[in-house]
Design a protein around this ligand. Structure first.
Ligand code: ACO
Length: 436
């Protein structure tokens, strides 16, 4: 408790009407420290006041200098650089460097970085056998989740997370190997032989080669396709404290190795409310089938029968800037592949939804997933692969956030509180007596 007259300006005065006591709680960065509420208690032997926040809708879990989002204005910046400029002028590997290291590389740093990533693209041969062990119809996200987690057994030294050089090596390995694991999951489902990395190619070209190469000596991707895929990876590279990043941070806070922490991120991303949404968008568009069916579909959404997938966002209450850039990338890809017929339905759906009061009132706009599935499909990816592409793009972001967590002295093992609603102090009756 403090003297109200002497309270500092950057503070919150809280009056507990149960006791009549007043407390002065410091405000810093427009937040209060939840632990400061702990001093507010009815009696000394009762727990202090806590906040209840399912889904962390209004709780900051960390300080972070990686990504800035202004959801109302539709702004996204990585390390201060606007996403539009990075998508237009940078490369995925440069963005990965930026996210992890906090600043843009010099020429020498960039060359070393690209060399390191390029020469860690191969995985141990046993990984191949492991991937081959999955059922023919295994979902590639399940395969990716398991295989990235399995990498922790190939690099047991990764557990030494307090050593910066060691962390750097694991981050390089993971960014390098994710495309290999993703491509092999894809080939496995198709019953095609695995293609080894081609280190003569750029990151994105090599990924396309591992996905699509058959008998040719070297795979030459159309540069417009390679560029579009690179842009898509950039757009997905980080998004501050989203569900999967929170999973990586939460699991990483136990000081487990980064492969296990990233496997948790892949698991979270798998869900249809997160990275799985673009797969759901395509299924939805296909189900709608033609423009005439859109009004009936929208009515169903408004009646709460289902969601308009690819719309709405926890943070963006404006057009997701990534959705705008993806819409633009659609044009480049469709120039090579021909227009995806579902595009027409998507555009009409967007138009109708953006004019409809239900969506306007709730500030629901297209998110990153609304158009990405259309491009991925045009690039010949089956829907199950969409989230794998997202995961490959998000890997540098997960790692940048994990690295930040490990070096943040304020961080602790994640361990939220609960409000207990169950029974207490029951007397256990053995089964044979209960069932007698
Ligand atoms: N379709 C219809 N109604 C929606 C939609 C939608 N896509 N999204 C939100 N709403 C409605 C909710 O029903 C709610 O309405 P109510 O106030 O009448 O109850 C209101 O809008 C607020 O929505 P919440 O669910 O409270 O928003 P929240 O922030 O919890 O959810 C989420 C965000 C999960 C993204 C949600 O908008 C959604 O489910 N969208 C569809 C799935 C999707 O596209 N996910 C991808 C997100 S981007 C990403 O993860 C990469």
């Amino acid at each position: 408790m403090t003297d109200v007259a002497a309270k500092p300006t950057d503070s919150l005065t809280v009056r507990d009407n149960r006791t009549g006591k007043e407390y002065d709680i410091a405000i810093s960065d427009n937040t209060i420290a939840a632990k400061d509420l702990g001093q507010i208690r009815l009696t000394d032997d009762e727990p202090g006041l806590a906040t209840y926040d399912p889904g962390f809708v209004n709780t900051a879990s960390c300080r972070s200098a990686v990504t800035f989002i202004d959801g109302d204005k539709g702004i996204l910046e990585y390390r201060g650089y606007p996403i539009e400029q990075l998508a237009e002028k940078s490369t995925f590997l440069e963005v990965a460097y930026l996210l992890i290291n906090g600043e843009l590389p010099t020429k020498e740093q960039y060359e070393t970085w690209v060399h390191e990533i390029t020469y860690h693209t191969f995985v141990h041969e046993n990984v191949k056998e492991f991937v081959q062990g999955f059922r023919y119809d295994a979902h590639p996200m399940g395969m990716l989740m398991a295989s990235v987690g399995a990498l922790s057994t190939f690099y047991p030294d990764a557990v030494n997370i307090s050593d910066a050089e060691n962390r750097h090596m694991q981050m390089v390995r993971m960014i390098a190997k994710m495309p290999t694991l993703g491509a092999w999951a894809f080939r496995h489902a198709q019953g095609k032989p695995f293609v080894y990395p081609d280190n003569e190619l750029s990151y994105t070209e090599n990924f396309l080669s591992m996905l699509f190469r058959m008998s040719e000596q070297s795979y030459a991707a159309d540069p417009r396709i390679a560029k579009a895929l690179d842009v898509l990876l950039i757009l997905h590279a980080d998004h501050e404290q989203n569900c999967s990043t929170n999973a990586v941070r939460s699991v990483g806070s136990s000081q487990v190795d980064p492969y296990s922490a990233v496997a948790a991120g892949v698991a979270a991303l798998y869900g249809p409310l997160h990275g799985g949404a673009n797969e759901a968008v395509l299924r939805m568009l296909r189900r709608i089938g033609s423009k005439e069916n859109i009004p009936a579909f929208i009515e169903g959404v408004k009646n709460g029968e289902e969601k308009l997938m690819g719309f709405g966002h926890r943070v963006y209450k404006n057009y997701d800037p990534r959705a705008k850039l993806i819409k633009k990338a659609c044009d480049d890809v469709f120039e090579v592949t021909g227009v995806n017929p579902l595009l027409e339905i998507a555009q009409e759906l967007e138009k109708i939804a953006l004019e409809d009061e239900y969506f306007v009132k709730r500030r629901l706009y297209p998110n990153v997933d609304f158009y990405s599935g259309l491009i991925y499909e045009a690039l010949q990816f089956p829907p199950e692969m969409f989230t794998v592409l997202f995961a490959i793009g998000r890997t540098p972001g997960w790692l940048a956030q994990w690295n930040e967590l490990i070096t943040d002295k304020e961080q602790k093992i994640a361990r939220p509180k609960q409000i207990y609603t169950g029974d207490r102090q029951l007397t256990f009756v053995p089964a044979e007596e209960r069932w007698a």
